[in-house]
Ligand binder design. Sequence first.
Ligand code: MN
Ligand code: MN
Length: 450
Amino acid sequence: MEIIHKQKSCYEIFKDELNKIDSFAKEYINFLNNCKTERETVKWIEDRLIERDISSDSSKSIFYRKFKDKSIIVVRRGKRLLKQGTRIIGAHLDSPRLDFKQHPIYENTYLAMVKTHYYGGIRKHQWFSIPLAIHGVVVKIDGTKVNIKIGEDPKDPVFVIPDLLPHLAYKQNDKKLSKAFEAEKMNAIIGSMPYLEEEEVEDKIKFAVLSILSQKYSITEEDLYSAELQFVPAYQAKFVGLDNSLIGGYGQDDRICVFCGVKSFLDQEVPEYTQVLVGWDKEEIGSEGATSARSRFIEYVLEEIIDIWGENCHLSEVFLNTKAISADVHAALDPDYQDLHDKLNASKLGYGPVFCKFTGHRGKVGANDANAEYIAFLRHKLNKKNIPWQMAELGKVDEGGGGTVAKFLARYGMDIIDFGPGILGMHSPYEISSKYDLYATYLAYREFYK
Ligand code: MN
Ligand code: MN
């Protein structure tokens, strides 16, 4: 019996598996570049399922339900009865970004601009003077859906919110950071060339931009009211560091957990317990709305399978015996801001996925606080297979805080804990993860499902 707990790093445990880790990481990088919105991520998951002949046909032992193209649940029937519970891994598909306002395009001075309303917890100053891409859908009055993605192809233009030049920023520099950058000044440039053909048109630059949209996508200004358009960083995900050990990219909170969840789900045999994989939307704005973790979507799907599989049990039995992972990222110890972490209880990149027993803020307010019994169960499972993991909290007590979907699932009485890799620069346009943690998270989720 080891009296003292010695934490092992992924580097020691995986030293002979570098090739496997590299190819897994490359696939992940490719996934990040293809999935920058919740809709794109749902589509990517659906495509992976279809590749494996998994459909929405619920007469099969494995099938999926998609909800409004922004949320998805996949289930695989286990050998045991449903009333003995399920194994759920749930991650969120949305990431912080800049949404178009409903009246977005206007002309000011000599430019055409787009008004934005930020989505989720961003640090505003990080979004100025960086290349942005437009992703989203426009739904026309006849119901036709136009998918838009501009700024990802090397031939595409990008969009920019220009930052103030230092020469004129003296006053801004003296302001508090929370006051220095105003949301209403986060307007992106979308054009500058006037439309010269028509004398009568008032805003010639705005008109020129709308003409391009109309030519390219057959949409009008009114169509933009029934649209979900988002500015996301146009950056490509890449390896970071001379040793290629880290991964930089947008939206890793929480798509790193989505990716590991999907990969681990697809790698399963017929399991003991029914497996459920969930991708939710709207986590970054408090899990409100029909496609969020607070919606009844998961209840509907479980009620449906109780019915289809002809099991005579209550939904409450299924929930009460379920074990779940709230698959979400954690804040890794930042070398420049170590003072904000309690180092003894901080997570380190390269040491495996992080159990976060509770989230919340100031005295655990608003937290799911996972049961000790459940943590022992999970520790046992991972240690048996020598899969690295760590135990941490987000930062020093009273320094800040946050929440995840865990508490919304805990209400059903299931066992649940937050468990996912650490990230540096979380919610920034270019988040950093470790390819070792990525791989360890996948192994850990796979083991959990077994
Ligand atoms: Mn998250
Ligand atoms: Mn987040």
